[in-house]
Design a protein around this ligand. Structure first.
Ligand code: FPP
Length: 229
């Protein structure tokens, strides 16, 4: 590689934890924490775009989250529709929306049709942008992704890292450089288990609604240490 080669655009992934605790500390219902969390994500998208990151992937709703109380699930679904509708903002940021999760037509998938529509529209309305790629993981679980990828890979021949990669929900999603988890939990929670090989991990005590550009910079600064694959 020549000295002048540009470094690969960075991929930052976020486990946005602590919305409920953020709300409880303020005497608010949990749903208010999620509302503030959606706003925080919009801020992080802007900051990531300003910093010329290549990829931002956020864990919006997991395959495990469906067991939450119905009102909370409904609220989080509505917030996703709101988030996916922010296309003007995405276009201003030259950012593309992408999605990973259990494919809509497959057995076990649970994304409601209204959210499916919002996802499809957001992807199509931002597809000409050339900057940051923002991937929302919705109805996503890494084990489900890997089991499916292995099954598909086996049908085509001997399983290899390459054949697994080619059968992930989004094979073009690059390896994660930096994984952030907020709110003091030092866990991965079934998120991007394949893609985080070699990622730096940044755990912070702050709950997600308080995660801002200053803390994104702090997390990015940790990448200056040695990299191990
Ligand atoms: C964890 O907080 C967060 C989630 C269940 C998923 C993330 C959802 C959001 C940030 C809201 C909106 C986001 C999008 C992408 C529209 P928690 O409820 O587990 O918090 P707690 O651990 O403090 O109870």
């Amino acid at each position: 590689m020549s000295d002048s080669a540009a470094p690969a655009p960075l991929h930052v992934a976020c486990i946005m934890d602590g919305n409920g605790r953020w709300a409880r500390r303020r005497g608010l219902p949990r749903t208010e924490g999620h509302t503030a969390g959606e706003e925080a994500l919009a801020g992080v998208v802007r900051a990531a775009s300003d910093r010329h990151l290549g990829w931002l992937t956020a864990f919006g709703f997991s395959t495990e989250n469906w067991v939450r109380p119905r009102t909370e699930v409904r609220h989080i679904l509505a917030l996703h529709r709101k988030l996916f509708a922010r296309t003007d903002e995405m276009n201003r940021n030259n950012a593309r929306t992408r999605w990973i999760g259990r494919p809509f037509e497959e057995k076990g998938a649970r994304t409601p049709v209204v959210v499916q529509k919002a996802i499809k529209k957001a992807i199509s309305d931002t597809s000409n942008n050339t900057g940051l790629s923002v991937t929302i993981a919705f109805d996503y679980g890494s084990r489900a992704e890997l089991v499916r990828a292995s099954r598909h890979a086996m049908k085509a021949g001997p399983v290899s890292p390459r054949s697994i990669q080619e059968n992930l929900y989004d094979p073009s999603l690059p390896s994660v450089d930096l994984l952030v988890r907020t709110s003091g939990e030092a866990r991965i929670s079934n998120f991007l288990l394949w893609q985080i090989k070699g990622a730096h991990i940044f755990f912070t005590e702050r709950p997600w609604p308080d995660f801002d550009q200053r803390e994104l910079d702090e997390a990015l600064a940790t990448l200056n240490g040695p990299t191990h694959t």
